[in-house]
Design a protein around this ligand. Structure first.
Ligand SMILES: [Fe+2]
Ligand SMILES: [Fe+2]
Length: 224
């Protein structure tokens, strides 16, 4: 268990890391906001964007499953899988509502799908490479999830603001609450295992930022 001091230490690390993330992504924030604003105005594009988020959530839940299939899988990890799978379902339902038809994960129902998949795969390869020395899949799972949650929280926050401004009836409150909980949980579990390392997290977040920039570029081209 954490003492009050440990908890506040972790919280202050997370707070600092979150503000650094926001500062490092300022240019991307403006570009992402502009892009989201134009997509939300176009029903067909918007449905494809939501379906793409559904696919990413689905990939996320699948990756958690794939890295944590051992007999020692714990309650927190099972909850994580269940929540990411629910996010995929939620987004799929919203995408189909927006499109007024069924949507699948095929190219014409998605936005920049190759780049979306590449974002995940390259990030995962990087995490595995960096953590390969002496650590099992557990640390890789925790780091991968933590890094992705930084982006998820940031992106969904922007998207929610954009939906509100456009008067679009879709609330991300529960989803954002769960992503925030995942981020805290991953940081806590890494810290408990003695694996929470600021330099390593920075390195991974820097790499993630470059991968996100590429994905953002592909999204812009797909909607131009
Ligand atoms: Fe999620
Ligand atoms: Fe999550």
């Amino acid at each position: 268990m954490f003492t009050a001091d440990d908890k506040s230490l972790r919280q202050s690390w997370l707070d600092a890391a979150l503000s650094r993330f926001a500062a490092d992504n300022e240019a991307s924030m403006r570009e992402t906001r502009t892009l989201l604003e134009s997509i939300v105005q176009d029903r067909a594009l918007h449905a494809r964007l939501i379906n793409t988020m559904s696919m990413l959530e689905h990939m996320g839940s699948h990756k958690v499953m794939a890295t944590c299939h051992s007999a020692t899988i714990d309650q927190a990890t099972l909850q994580h899988v269940a929540e990411e799978a629910h996010h995929a379902f939620f987004m799929k339902r919203q995408a189909e509502k927006c499109a007024g038809r069924e949507m699948t994960y095929v190219a014409q129902d998605l936005l920049a799908p190759a780049s979306a998949r590449m974002y995940f795969q390259r990030l995962e390869a990087l995490v595995v490479r960096l953590l390969a020395k002496g650590r099992g899949s557990r640390a890789a799972y925790l780091y991968m999830s933590m890094i992705v949650e930084f982006r998820a929280l940031w992106f969904y926050g922007l998207y929610e603001q954009c939906l509100k401004r456009a008067g679009y009836a879709m609330s991300l409150k529960r989803l954002i609450g769960e992503e925030r909980h995942h981020l805290n949980d991953m940081a806590q579990r890494l810290e408990l295992a003695g694996d929470l390392d600021d330099a390593r997290a920075r390195r991974l977040l820097d790499a993630e930022r470059r991968l996100y920039r590429r994905f953002l570029g592909a999204l812009k081209r797909a909607t131009a």
